[in-house]
Write a protein of this length. Structure first.
Length: 100
């Protein structure tokens, strides 16, 4: 198996107010997004994920073997797939990490 690399995608809400006042349908899709990332964490693929508290963006840092696999990981995120958020993918190097 090839060694995996880290990638990051930056998520931006597709509409103002999504974080503060989602519709019931958006809320359900956001829960799918959370569960998708939680399952990737359990698989050992997710490094970290979370939103900025001002609702302007979120980040997802994860492992993938290729850029194509990283793009598939990002595009499979329900928040991206359903158009709730736009996403921008970048290769990433984890240089420092807190150990708790």
């Amino acid at each position: 198996m090839a060694k995996s690399s880290a990638f990051i995608y930056v998520l931006r809400p597709s509409r103002e107010g999504l974080a503060d006042a989602p519709t019931p349908e958006e809320e359900a899709r956001l829960e799918e997004h959370f569960q998708y990332l939680r399952s990737r964490l359990e698989e050992g693929r997710l490094i970290l994920a979370g939103p900025c508290l001002d609702g302007m963006l979120g980040v997802v840092v994860f492992r993938a073997e290729t850029e194509e696999a990283a793009r598939a990981f990002m595009d499979s995120d329900p928040a991206v797939r359903y158009g709730l958020m736009t996403a921008e993918l970048h290769p990433f190097r984890v240089s420092l990490v807190e150990r708790g």
